[in-house]
Design a protein around this ligand. Structure first.
Ligand SMILES: [Zn+2]
Length: 317
């Protein structure tokens, strides 16, 4: 059973609002550098393969837009109804299927049905990142890649705090992982094909918030600082960037074309149909491209939705 703090966190994720905040030019530069790494990896992969992308924590569709040129087919998973509504309003919607849900519960997506999985700032928000990883490994086809970008628990300020015996807290997150942790998670059946840390100047926001420095200048500063610090402290930038290539198994059938499965009877699920054509399981949709997976998962209902609907009367242990 999940503890109260985690349940509260999950419930807050259901209404997370990115708001497209105006962020400092330094943060914009840091984010741009991290996002460009993801775009370049997908671009490179797309030269030899059609891309069937699973974007976990897809938010309002930032990567759906940025990677549009390279995507053959796209599934985005996102818990927040606010972000999903925004996705529909401002993002590309052809070849897109969305799922209101969590990376921990992907029972309705088939094994070997995707060849690129993106986890951008996801694992440290998961209430059980092990489950999310298990799902990714199951859904990814051999020869496919998993891209992980997230904050680094071994960034210089955290290392300094540990050295000074100050407690390191990752505010607003449920876990805090390092590159070594990621390499351990993917040590069997995967090859690390890209690995670096960036964002060494992340803390410089205090400067650009006070003194207006243009985005372009901050981008140059950040690129130079990254180059220098990547040589001195290669594992200690603010952000991790890893790409893992799956060499699990030999020949398998791919299910790129029809990736959805009924979580109850395990037969093919026709996306858009209000029930499973085999076992008649009721399937709820938020709109023509968004399935509401939270209603499909019994365990999820018990663990999460109960306290949400019935906070006063249900005691959660
Ligand atoms: Zn069924």
């Amino acid at each position: 059973m999940l503890d109260n703090k985690t349940i509260e966190y999950i419930n807050s994720q259901l209404e997370y609002d990115n708001k497209l905040d105006v962020i400092s030019t330094n943060t914009q530069a840091v984010v741009k550098i991290s996002h460009d790494l993801i775009i370049n990896t997908v671009k490179k992969f797309a030269k030899k393969n059609k891309v069937y992308l699973l974007d976990i924590g897809c938010g309002w569709g930032d990567f759906s837009n940025k990677l549009d040129l390279y995507i053959e087919d796209y599934i985005g998973v996102e818990p927040s109804i606010i972000e999903l509504d925004r996705f529909i309003k401002i993002s590309k919607c052809n070849n897109r299927s969305l799922v209101k849900g969590f990376g921990e519960y992907l029972d309705f997506i088939k094994d070997n049905s995707r060849n690129v999985i993106l986890l951008n700032s996801v694992l440290d928000h998961c209430f059980d990142w092990n489950k999310t990883i298990e799902n990714c490994i199951r859904i990814l086809t051999p020869g496919g890649i998993i891209i992980v970008a997230m904050e680094n628990s071994e960034k210089i300020p955290s290392r300094l705090k540990r050295f000074l015996k100050i407690n390191v807290v990752h505010h607003g997150h449920l876990s805090y992982l390092s590159g070594v942790d990621l390499e351990k998670i993917f040590q069997y059946g995967f090859q690390t094909v890209e690995k670096k840390t960036t964002g060494f100047l992340f803390g410089f926001d205090y400067l650009t918030k006070r003194v207006p420095v243009s985005f372009k200048v901050m981008l140059t500063f950040n690129n130079v600082a990254n180059k220098i610090f990547q040589n001195i402290f290669p594992n200690s930038g603010h952000l991790l960037y890893y790409v893992f290539l799956s060499n699990l198994g030999g020949l398998v059938n791919n299910y790129f074309e029809n990736p959805f499965i009924c979580p109850s009877c395990k037969n093919d699920l026709l996306f858009g149909r209000p029930d499973c054509q085999h076992c008649k399981l009721n399937i709820k949709y938020l709109n023509s491209i968004t399935i509401d997976s939270i209603q499909l998962t019994k365990e999820m209902e018990v663990n999460i939705l109960f306290p949400l609907f019935d906070k006063k009367e249900t005691s959660v242990k």
